[in-house]
Design a protein. Structure first.
Length: 211
């Protein structure tokens, strides 16, 4: 997991509340065993026309199909983002597509945890602030937003300035690029020493043969 602190990027506005994990990554794409390759299926049903002669083709009205938002690393969404099932694949799909942060009024708890463990910054702001940023990005795709994790601030190129709360432990992990495995590997020396002692005690020391 890569460390992340200051992120400046354009943002893709998706002004929809209660976006659940099945909309983020539909269940038929959960058969992969890797964490990569899910980006092309992100918001699959919304990114493609569902009916008529053009069924299956990209939906030109969906924000992620608009070339003006290509490369946006910030997603702005409505409240209760990531609700529904607990699938971690939702965070994988967003990250694989290129999103490093999501700004919303609220998030589902399990998704919030999964996203943080996969190196994404989730920013909770008041709904009025989220609506303002979403409107600015919708009317101007070049609108730049900066998230400073260390300072816990969100600013933009039009004078917007707000602060957000984040759990200190999650902040530490994001700043240092530590997922669960990375956290464990900080103690590699102690783990290696334990394994060495364990091998000597239980495997290399001859045991008496029971009579």
């Amino acid at each position: 997991m890569k460390p992340i602190n200051t992120l400046t990027s354009t943002a893709a506005p998706l002004d929809i509340s209660n976006i659940d994990t099945d909309q983020i990554i539909p269940k038929q794409f959960l058969k992969r065993i890797e964490r990569t390759g899910y980006g092309e299926f992100l918001f699959f049903d919304w990114r493609r026309i569902q009916e008529g002669p053009a069924a299956g083709q990209p939906n030109p009205d969906f924000v992620l199909n608009n070339p003006a938002y290509a490369g946006a690393k910030i997603l702005i969404a409505g409240k209760n983002f990531g609700c529904g099932s607990s699938r971690e694949h939702a965070a994988w799909a967003l990250a694989d597509f290129g999103f490093l942060a999501v700004i919303a009024p609220s998030f589902a708890d399990i998704f919030f945890s999964n996203a943080g463990k996969n190196g994404m910054i989730l920013v909770r702001l008041p709904e009025t602030d989220v609506n303002l940023l979403s409107h600015r990005s919708a009317t101007n795709p070049a609108h730049q937003i900066t998230i400073n994790l260390e300072a816990q601030t969100v600013t933009d190129d039009q004078g917007f300035n707000a602060t957000f709360e984040i759990d200190p432990f999650r902040k530490y992990c994001l700043l240092n690029g530590l997922d669960d495995i990375g956290l464990t590997l900080r103690h590699q020396a102690e783990l290696d020493a334990y394994e060495t002692r364990h091998d000597k005690e239980f495997w290399l020391t001859p045991r008496p043969i029971a009579s």
